[in-house]
Write a protein that binds this ligand. Sequence first.
Ligand SMILES: NC(=O)c1ccc[n+]([C@@H]2O[C@H](COP(=O)([O-])OP(=O)(O)OC[C@H]3O[C@@H](n4cnc5c(N)ncnc54)[C@H](OP(=O)(O)O)[C@@H]3O)[C@@H](O)[C@H]2O)c1
Length: 334
Amino acid sequence: MKAIKLNGSGEPRDVLTLSDIDNLPPPNGSNVVVHIRKRAVHPADYQTARGFLPVDVFAPHGILGNDGVGVVEAIGPDVDPATRISVGTRVIVYHAQGTWAERVAVPASSLMPLPDDIDDAVATQLATNGITAVMLLRAAEEAIEGRKAPLLVTAASSSVSRSVIALARLKGHAVVGLVRRDADAASLAEQFDKVPVIGTDRTHWQEATKVAAGQSPMVAIDAIGGEMMPTLLGLLAPGGTLITYGALDGRPSPIHSGFVTAFELTIRGCSAIGWAMRTPPEQRAADFASLFDLVRRAPHLFAGYSEFKMADVVAAVAAAEASPRRGATILVSP
Ligand SMILES: NC(=O)c1ccc[n+]([C@@H]2O[C@H](COP(=O)([O-])OP(=O)(O)OC[C@H]3O[C@@H](n4cnc5c(N)ncnc54)[C@H](OP(=O)(O)O)[C@@H]3O)[C@@H](O)[C@H]2O)c1
């Protein structure tokens, strides 16, 4: 079968090649084999290819890809019928290794059956990014303990952030989005109901953010890291929480412990891998159900994606990294 192999670390054109690899053996135990039709290109993929993230976590066996959408081809003898997984079931694979291959072997518990009205390209965007959005909003709601308080969301045009914002608005939370260029703010704001979007290249953007929020935010949800983290901590209300889930900046964050202490701030990390490993099955199903509902209510958030053949992986990565962000980039199996 075909797979995109990662050979060392470096620029995608130098290290990613479509190759033939061995077919998978029949699945044993509670494992299944899924024919992956589509998978998203994530920042973690090209950050791993370039050596910024650990290969043994994100591409063991030299193949990237931790999620995808496909059809179950074979099931092991011990798969629990309660999973609703059988041969032919169309599924989201939300926790796997090596989905930049035509087939992957995973435990049945890493799959979510797909409703017929959610197509593959949209489902691909829910696998990790949608779930991350659900998880982040839950963490934010825990931080504000059921109250209504404005949420600040950075990298607001990203796939994850657009779902966070949409889910938060559906639940009645006030949100302020941040993007790195004010010139991109207006077109993003149009996608949402009553969400101010502010560019961090604007003079006095921090003041503008507080004005837009109506008060100092209690929660900031951040994928950037680096210098943005101390800046966000400075914007939070006393007792506020910074939820961090990405490292788009790539540099370490200079955070003053005295500041965190004085204002009793919390910094909390969130990971979709942690969600997959710790969330009970009923909650996982409910979380995906909330995403299917979001797709039905706001399909425009998942439109505008681009699809590439696996053979064109280098072009796909370039599209995924293009700025400003337009929509998901998806690799399609032959
Ligand atoms: N913790 C987890 O489990 C988890 C799960 C999924 C994703 N993530 C992380 O979440 C982040 C977003 O992922 P995604 O797939 O949603 O991204 P995406 O759709 O590919 O979009 C990338 C976004 O990041 C912005 N961006 C890139 N570099 C930036 C920088 N240095 N400063 C400010 N903005 C920057 C881009 O803004 P422009 O439009 O201005 O280019 C764009 O909005 C990534 O860091 C990813 O690794 C974490």
